[in-house]
Design a protein around this ligand. Structure first.
Ligand SMILES: [Zn+2]
Length: 429
């Protein structure tokens, strides 16, 4: 066969010494998935064969009778493997469809639909870079079948690695006429994975109604457009939310997805811009703190330590229990400074704040922590303070509070200056 290949034909486009691809079409029927007689891409490890001094390596194996029915779809799917693309379906056949029929590397219909924009970018290198939306506004996209303006990237403000890609899928061309629907697709990219074959977790996942980390939902209805009434995705009001691989919120906010036309429009907001984190902690870990109202993700009360996210200048009420771990509530500290002596207090979210609920001995009197002096050394407490001696004799109580502060403080404080409880608390913040 080698003699039939013209010597001038470029069969090694990347000049790596290997024939870029050879497609064998075998006369016969496929038997079953994962058997030899099934369309696949592989490398010719076992035979040293050369064409024009280039070694035959990557090849596609096709069954003639399946190409009659699967047509060019399976040819395209295997050829995209040869170009480096991984499968996007689960080899486990777990009944879940991360990209469903929207992408060539999960379904190879006849004629095939396009590969997803992200796949064209990462593996096909036909899209040099995915432009990123970083400012709020209304944007439009051409259909994916267009050569330009065919996808956008939006970073997740809640992940250092995962991000979102949107593209517009529209019927009307040979390869897109059999799409299950038309409109905007919103997908999550997790670059930690190479394809979806061993997923979940998946490298590429298209958001769809009812889809969660455990449920497939209805991937055939993943398309957003005004006609079908799916016009938004966010983390608070939509099904699905823009959940990340692990299930947490992704921070995406797309709304006002328009009608299917020559282009499609949509609005992008950045709800996390201008938000502030409220970190809630307590001297006794595991203290339940009531938080109202809920934050922008719908999360409210929690057990220390936890964090909530609020719009700037929002006023948040914190309420601590009267006792925790057998100790009594003493004070709220905010960013290291005394904030309130009442168990219920408010915080204005004009900045990132850390609120600490301080617990201590029930002294049965108005607490003045500065009156309690502490000393360094293995004894930890003053021998003449019988209140503290009582506390030392009850080791079953959560007791990390003052002692850890003391140890911590000793590392930083030279000499033997007496420590006061309030200083000790501040050292933790
Ligand atoms: Zn494949």
């Amino acid at each position: 066969m080698s003699s039939q290949i013209p010597t001038g034909l470029n069969i090694d486009g990347d000049s790596d010494g290997y024939v870029d691809n050879v497609c064998f079409i075998i006369d016969g029927d496929p038997t079953g998935w994962s058997s030899l007689l099934w369309p696949h891409m592989w490398s010719l490890y076992s035979v040293s064969a050369y064409i024009n001094a280039k070694r035959v390596w990557t090849y596609n194996f096709q069954l003639q009778n399946s190409t009659k029915s699967s047509g060019v779809g399976v040819l395209c799917h295997e050829m995209f493997h040869s170009l480096g693309a991984p499968d996007l379906y689960h080899y486990s056949m777990d009944g879940r469809h991360p990209v469903y029929t929207w992408g060539l590397m999960e379904y190879d219909s006849n004629p095939p639909r396009h590969m997803l924009s992200y796949m064209k970018f990462k593996y096909g290198h036909w899209i040099a870079a995915i432009p990123e939306i970083t400012t709020p506004g209304t944007y439009t996209l051409n259909p994916l079948s267009s050569a330009t303006n065919n996808c956008y990237k939006i970073a997740s403000p809640l992940s250092a690695t995962e991000y979102f890609v949107v593209e517009y899928r529209k019927r009307g061309t040979t390869f897109e006429n059999s799409l299950p629907g038309e409109g905007l697709l919103v997908m999550r990219i997790n670059p930690a994975y190479n394809g979806n074959a061993n997923g979940p977790p998946d490298e590429v996942y298209i958001y769809r109604p009812g889809g969660t980390t455990t449920l497939d939902g209805t991937p055939g209805s993943a398309n957003y457009n005004a006609t079908v009434g799916r016009t938004a995705i966010n983390d608070t009001t939509t099904n699905p939310t823009s959940f990340l691989t692990a299930g947490g919120p992704g921070g995406l906010s797309i709304s006002a997805v328009g009608a299917v036309g020559s282009t499609i429009s949509f609005t992008v907001d950045f709800p996390y811009a201008g938000t502030k984190a409220l970190n809630v902690t307590a001297t006794n870990a595991g203290t339940s703190i009531t938080v109202t109202p809920n934050d922008i993700l719908g999360h409210g009360s929690g057990t220390t330590d936890f964090s909530r996210t609020y719009l700037a200048s929002q006023v948040v009420t914190l309420a601590a229990p009267a006792t925790s771990g057998g100790l009594s509530f003493q004070k709220w500290y905010l960013d290291g400074a005394e904030h309130a002596a009442t168990a219920s207090t408010t915080v204005t979210m004009d900045a990132i704040h850390t609120a600490l609920a301080a617990y201590g001995l029930d002294l049965g009197e108005a607490v003045d922590n500065t009156a309690l002096t502490w000393e360094r050394g293995p004894g930890l407490v003053r021998a003449d303070d019988d209140r503290l001696q009582r506390r030392r004799r009850r080791p079953e109580r959560p007791d990390h509070t003052q002692r850890e502060y003391l140890r911590h403080d000793n590392r930083n404080r030279p000499g033997d200056a007496p420590l006061v409880l309030e200083d000790l608390i501040r050292t933790q913040l």
